[in-house]
Write a new protein. Structure first.
Length: 124
């Protein structure tokens, strides 16, 4: 049997009727044990992909200010833009939300700054 080129196969597919193509698909499925049906996971679409990626916005919560409260207050002022009194109240009121609904990347940066200052931080 002569080997068909890709162009010859495509030319056949262009000229074949729907019934002929249907018979071809069935023959391929039987011979090779495959299915031409679309996988169920593909039907899930963007929702499944979003779940795999993780959350798009998170909150940074400080659970403890550690041993160096003054350094943590300075970092909180830098992050939030609050005045000294408001930043101190926020730090004194742990657990406290430092930033709400930010990107996970920004949350990691804030967490690093706060933990370097001695605070304990969670990203939720």
């Amino acid at each position: 049997m002569a080997k068909l080129t890709q162009e010859e196969i495509l030319a056949y597919l262009d000229e074949a009727t729907i019934l002929e193509l249907n018979a071809l698909v069935k023959a391929i499925e039987e011979k090779y044990g495959v299915s031409a049906a679309a996988p169920v996971a593909v039907a899930a679409g963007p929702a499944a992909a979003e779940e795999e990626q993780g959350p798009t916005s998170v909150n940074v919560v400080m659970t403890s200010f550690g041993d160096s409260k003054v350094a943590v207050i300075k970092v909180v002022r830098e992050i939030t833009g609050l005045g000294l009194v408001d930043a101190k109240k926020l730090v004194d009121g742990v657990p406290a939300e430092i930033k709400k609904e930010i990107t996970p990347e920004e949350a990691e940066e804030i967490k690093k700054k706060l933990t370097d200052a001695g605070a304990t931080v969670e990203i939720k």
